[in-house]
Design a protein around this ligand. Structure first.
Ligand SMILES: Cc1cc2nc3c(=O)[nH]c(=O)nc-3n(C[C@H](O)[C@H](O)[C@H](O)COP(=O)(O)O)c2cc1C
Length: 299
């Protein structure tokens, strides 16, 4: 039986490629996120990695063999709340990767929502939504062989009935929770999230459902809970734009929420997104970030 996490009443940093690296996860946790998902990492990539204890930084690095590339970095301080999100289409690859990671992470999540071509062509992400047998196999294999919690993140399907059928099937595998992004595969991020679609899943299941979509301001947190009945809430863009959304005392000014100790590419991506949302790339700070070549310049 998996031990560890009570998925009820949690505030969760969503998985975000290029954003959800260790510094951003620590920032979100510091502001009050109960669980912090890493960016999706594909199983093939992790299979080429070895675990290395980094005594200089005090981190645990999963480094691609024969290179110095750190594919996933974590540390003891986030051991109880970091969720590793995996892209996979195969139960045995998924299990091998999860076994490599399991002593350093709080839980493992399978991405079943990403509609991007690189995911879908590999049979991963939202391609899994039309493969219920494979979904069951992957989740059951992980569940039976790991003693950390296993979860997955889905999107809504075309009809309520299809979504609920898949969610029920997922529940039967014994996962600890399911995150539901209230959009369908063809929906764009600017289309409004369908909170009623999440509510349909909540009423059909007894495991905790994590509601995701369009939580941008602190008052949206109780709103999405009330509208969906979900016990937990996951925030992506609202946290990217200002990670202090998780702060119980209320949001801080976004400029106080910038992370430094990170790969310059990822930091620039994250800071650019904050600037686009809160100011403008044509502003002096926007132009300055564009020119930066190093974290020292960024500071
Ligand atoms: C920059 C960015 C990267 C994302 N990367 C992932 C990812 O790696 N895995 C995933 O399941 N979803 C990913 N998503 C989707 C979010 O987790 C979330 O489901 C979606 O943005 C809706 O939440 P929001 O309305 O709070 O932004 C990403 C979203 C953004 C904005």
């Amino acid at each position: 039986m998996a031990h560890g996490i009570d998925y009820r009443d949690k505030l969760i940093l969503a998985p975000m490629v290029r954003v959800g690296t260790l510094p951003f996860r620590m920032l979100a946790a510091g502001y009050g996120a109960d669980l912090t998902y890493g960016e999706e990492i594909v199983d093939h990539k992790m299979l080429k990695c070895s675990r290395v204890v980094n005594d200089v930084l005090g981190s645990i690095d999963f480094v691609e063999n024969g290179t110095n590339d750190v594919v996933f970095r974590t540390c003891k301080a986030e051991r109880d709340h970091v969720v590793f999100q995996m892209g996979t289409s195969d139960p045995y690859r998924a299990l091998t990767v999860a076994q490599l990671l399991c002593r350093d992470i709080a839980a493992v999540d399978i991405n079943m929502g990403c509609p991007k071509p690189f995911s879908v062509t590999g049979g991963m992400g939202s391609a899994l939504l039309s493969q219920p047998e494979l979904v069951s196999e992957i989740l059951t294999t992980l569940r039976r062989n790991l003693d950390i919690p296993v979860t997955c993140k889905i999107r809504l399907l075309k009809s309520t009935q299809e979504t609920v059928e898949l969610a029920r099937r997922i529940e039967k595998t014994g996962v600890s929770a399911i995150a539901v992004h209230g959009r369908r595969i063809p929906d764009r991020p600017k289309d409004r999230a369908k909170w009623d679609g999440i509510a349909d899943v909540v009423s059909a299941l007894s495991i905790p459902v994590i509601a995701n979509g369009d939580v941008f301001e602190p008052p949206d947190i109780p709103r999405i809970k009330a509208a969906t009945g979900a016990s937990s809430v996951m925030v992506a863009r609202g946290a990217l734009w200002n990670a202090s959304i998780f702060r119980p005392e209320g949001k801080l000014d976004w400029e106080e929420c910038i992370v430094w100790e990170n790969d310059i590419k990822f930091t620039k991506y994250t800071v650019n997104n904050m600037i686009i949302r809160n100011s403008s790339l044509e502003s002096p700070e926007g132009r300055a970030v564009h020119k930066c070549q190093s974290l020292l310049h960024l500071a």
